[in-house]
Write a protein that binds this ligand. Structure first.
Ligand code: AMP
Ligand code: MG
Length: 384
């Protein structure tokens, strides 16, 4: 058995081999760059107008309007001193332009433009390269691609980008008593839920869920399923069958498949019978079957490893204040389902490891060591 901190350290020490992959820019959101991005061009691409109005040459209060430039047009217009051109936002400014005046500040009669205010030189001009220069490093390795990054890469005319590949994750659910929702329940049976909740949690991360399987509590079937899944995934999550019951075959089946134990059992509640192992660059979590245990272990211990595959830094815990006094009975450090409002955490009722409702109603796991904790005490939380 390891302590919670030891479990975190073991996971942090794994450093899985990351795979670089070129993906379409539109597919890169949520992923982290594996190579620097150097701009192939100046942004803006050309000097252009920030306003609908008039391009002006020189400072005056009247101008002669000599033409018009719309966004996207290929005008060869050149302005001389005292000349102006009708212009629209994003249009290339004519040669000779010293400023653009917004149309609200103008008066036009025929081709004579008069201004209510003379703009300073450079007003309303967006100059070539003022945001980004050709050859400039725009994004560093590790930058997380967000929606604006996608837009920026497209602005640079890029179609694909090098990122750390999404890890491929498989889910294997064990348990003779489990029935899919939608099927009739027999005597002693319950509906299977961990497969669905784990996949839902995985879908919040940039991973590829490449396989989902069910097996009965049978050593041969379990071992075969593990072998098959390890043929195609980077991370395997197994639900149930890892405790010490007579029908718990997962640990032996993992050994049979050459998965080396990194740790087994964490001194915590819920989720003590957690197994974490490795076979070269593949990782296996055998999560306890109790629904709240399985999801707690996922958020605490699976997420940081997935982050390592992605090249994401892994600061997953934050500090908040406890909203009320609370006593942790027993001797195991405990993660409680809690509702964290901006300022404080409220620990919810019904915390048994078999109970999911409090998990569904909360938004964070609060860590508390055994003993008495006073209202206002600083506690660590993991948001989910
Ligand atoms: P196990 O870890 O396999 O001994 O299971 C512990 C408890 O969790 C038992 O009450 C199981 O019925 C329940 N359980 C295991 N797997 C699931 C699952 N996939 N969905 C819902 N409950 C489960
Ligand atoms: Mg079981």
């Amino acid at each position: 058995m390891v302590s919670i901190e030891e479990a975190f350290e073991y996971i942090a020490a794994q450093r899985p081999v990351r795979v670089k992959q070129h993906v379409q820019v539109s597919e890169a959101v949520g992923l982290h760059l594996a190579d620097v991005v150097v701009s192939p061009m100046d942004i803006p691409v050309f000097d252009n107008s920030a306003m609908d109005g008039y391009a002006l040459c020189g400072a005056s209060d009247t101008y002669q309007i000599i033409g018009e430039v719309a966004a996207g047009s290929q005008s060869e217009l050149t302005l001389e001193q005292g000349q102006a051109a009708r212009i629209f936002t994003g249009a290339r400014v004519p040669k000779g332009t010293t400023a653009v005046i917004m149309q609200e500040k103008t008066n036009v009669e025929g081709n004579v433009l008069t201004l209510s205010e003379i703009p300073a030189a450079g007003t309303n001009l967006r100059l070539r390269g003022e945001e980004i220069r050709q050859g400039q490093e725009v994004f560093q390795v590790g930058h997380c691609v967000n929606a604006a990054t996608v837009g920026m890469l497209l602005t640079l005319g890029m179609t694909s980008v090098s990122v750390y590949a999404r890890p491929r994750v498989g889910v294997l659910v064990t348990g003779n008593e489990l029935v899919e929702a939608g099927e009739p329940l027999g005597e002693g049976q319950i509906y299977e839920s961990n497969g669905g909740s784990l996949q839902a949690a995985l879908r919040q991360l940039p991973v590829d869920i490449t396989a989902v399987r069910r097996v009965t509590d049978n050593f041969e079937a379990t071992s075969r399923a593990i072998g098959d899944l390890l043929g195609e995934v980077d991370v395997l999550l197994i639900s149930g069958g890892i405790s010490v019951g007579d029908y718990d075959f997962v640990k032996e089946a993992l050994a049979q498949n050459d998965v080396e134990e990194i740790f087994y059992k964490v001194n915590q509640k819920p989720g003590k019978p957690l197994f974490f192992g490795r076979r070269e660059n593949q990782f296996v979590y055998a999560l306890p079957g109790n629904p709240a245990s399985s999801l707690t272990c996922f958020y605490l211990y699976v997420t940081p490893l997935i982050y390592q595959f992605l090249g994401r830094s892994s600061r997953t815990r934050e500090k908040v204040n406890l909203g009320h006094d609370f006593e942790v009975r027993g001797t195991r450090p405990t993660f409680y389902r809690a509702k964290v409002e901006p300022e404080h955490a409220t620990i919810l009722d019904k915390q048994s490891s078999s109970m999911l409702h409090s998990f569904a109603m909360g938004n964070a796991l609060v860590f508390l060591p055994p003993g008495t904790h006073n209202k206002g005490a600083e506690v660590f939380v993991w948001y989910y």
